[in-house]
Write a protein of this length. Structure first.
Length: 148
């Protein structure tokens, strides 16, 4: 009987830093949750062969036209964002429509943030997410723009 030897290789920290790629998305007409889940997978690094849960091996993601993102159903009227200051009576709710008028990048940022695990790696992953309300961005010209 022959035994099969399987070796698990872990990427070095320098190798992870040098192999990060840039992904460009145009959010115009895209659905919020579907786009956020694709972005979360890229930030975590699950699309890579060298994925390891305890290492931050994800890529950079640049998203333009965040102000033109869409939601399905009746979420424009029904969806709201909740936060609490920690004090008694400190609960605040902001409707989706008003949040999109005030800061549309916050909507996509919260959707992606809540799809990532709440651990020490989340802050570093979110720093690699770059969001822009319009079509202009400052991170080079995308060779292949993804239409999600």
């Amino acid at each position: 009987m022959t035994t099969m030897i399987q070796k698990t290789t872990l990427p070095a920290a320098k190798e992870v830093e040098t192999t990060r790629k840039w992904h460009y998305f145009d959010a115009a007409g895209q659905i919020l949750g579907r786009l956020a889940s694709k972005i979360a997978i890229l930030l975590i690094g699950k699309h890579k062969r060298t994925y390891t849960p305890n290492m931050d091996g994800g890529d950079f993601v640049v998203v333009t036209n965040v102000a033109k993102i869409k939601v399905t159903g009746n979420k424009v009227e029904d969806k709201f964002y909740f936060r609490h200051s920690g004090y008694a009576g400190g609960a605040k709710t902001i409707p989706y429509k008003r949040q999109m008028e005030k800061d549309p990048t916050r909507v996509l940022e919260l959707a992606v943030k809540r799809m990532l695990n709440h651990n020490k790696l989340r802050h570093g992953r979110l720093k690699r997410l770059k969001l822009f309300t319009g079509g202009q961005q400052q991170y080079g010209k995308p060779q292949t723009e993804k239409k999600a």
